[in-house]
Design a protein around this ligand. Structure first.
Ligand code: PBG
Length: 338
């Protein structure tokens, strides 16, 4: 058979639209912009910047440095920063009681950031784990994480964060009923404009490993039988998908303004389902382990780190997410700005 055979040529050649950069740009279905990014950032109570070994390129920043970072976010067009505290071991106890200190590290960081760049949104994690000696997100009783006593503490924590100027409260604890309790307390205190982005579908994941290193959270279950070695009694089972719809439906009913899926890339199917089912502002958290994997493979020359970063961020937009909470935010925003 010769190649001169003429028919039938395909009338449809999908490659036609891929032939040059301008055609690809013209027909592109989704795009990424600095406004899609929430910059996740670790703050510490010392001086300067301290590198996080398991997250190359991420540093713990002092209060003065996070204020400078807020200005940088503004200049890069990043709308919001999510802060996570590295708490000194001496300030931790079994109940995480310093979580609701109005002069604690988180509140001081929020005030400094708001003073430096008031036009940048600040989001705070509502959870006890940076403040508990055992690293769990709740109060322990006889080896169990007690739901309602934990919620009462989360409400206190959320209120001090809101009074310090936090714009978005992000409960990441996965206790039942916490969004309703926080929303009711905000209303009662005249803080009705404070937003809630609930970590609605948050899974008990191995991908949070480097974060525990970053915030200095102890190894779960270490040497104590009354301290569970994982968070499976409160965070979701990675095998579940319908349950995510129930979690999100509850959080919306309880007063959440936005919802989140966490981790990100391994749970893109969940993000897509939530967007389709609820049409709510839906964010994905590209967590520490996802960041570390891209950086580690990049450092070894196994993947093109920058392209993998942009491709992974773009995947969230393609899946329908409103935006992405990511440690890559400043680097990606710099690239996007050109
Ligand atoms: C704490 C919290 C975690 C993360 C954000 N908030 C860890 C956990 O639930 O164990 C993970 C962030 C990351 O891995 O980047 N409630």
């Amino acid at each position: 058979m010769t190649v001169t055979q003429l028919a039938p040529y395909p009338a449809t050649r999908l490659r036609r639209l891929r032939q040059s950069d301008w055609t690809r740009r013209m027909v592109r279905e989704t795009s990424l912009a600095p406004a899609d990014l929430i910059w996740s950032m670790v703050v510490h109570d010392g001086e300067g910047r301290i590198p996080v070994a398991s997250m190359p390129g991420v540093e713990r920043l002092s209060v003065a440095e996070v204020a400078r970072a807020a200005v940088e976010a503004r200049d890069l067009g990043i709308p919001c920063i999510a802060i996570f505290p590295f708490i000194d071991g001496a300030l931790k106890d079994v109940d995480g009681s310093t979580a609701a200190d109005p002069n604690g590290l988180v509140c001081r960081a929020v005030r400094a950031m708001k003073a430096a760049a008031p036009e940048v949104g600040i989001m705070c994690d509502v959870a006890l784990d940076p403040f508990t000696s055992h690293g769990h997100d709740g109060v322990l009783d006889d080896g169990r994480i007690v739901n309602d006593a934990t919620v009462a503490r989360l409400v206190d924590q959320a209120l001090v964060q809101a009074r310090a100027g936090c714009d978005i409260l992000a409960p990441s604890d996965m206790m039942d009923g916490r969004v309703a309790a926080i929303r009711a307390a905000l209303e009662a205190e005249g803080l009705q404009d404070v937003m809630i982005m609930s970590y609605a579908a948050k899974y008990a994941s191995a991908f949070y490993g480097p974060y525990r290193d970053a915030i200095g959270s102890g190894k779960l279950g270490s040497g104590d039988t009354l301290n569970p070695g994982d968070k499976k009694t409160y965070q979701m089972d990675p095998a579940n998908t319908d349950e995510a719809l129930r979690e999100v439906a509850l959080d919306i009913a309880e007063g959440a303004d936005m919802v989140m899926v966490k981790p990100g890339l391994p749970y893109l199917d969940i993000a897509r389902r939530l967007v389709d089912a609820f049409a709510m502002p839906t964010f994905a958290f590209q967590v520490s382990g996802e960041y570390a994997m891209i950086m580690a493979a990049g450092a070894n020359g196994w993947i093109d780190e920058e392209r993998a970063m942009m491709e992974s961020l773009g995947a969230f937009k393609r899946a329908g997410c409103t935006g992405i909470i990511t440690y890559f935010a400043p680097r990606a925003a710099r690239l996007l700005k050109g």
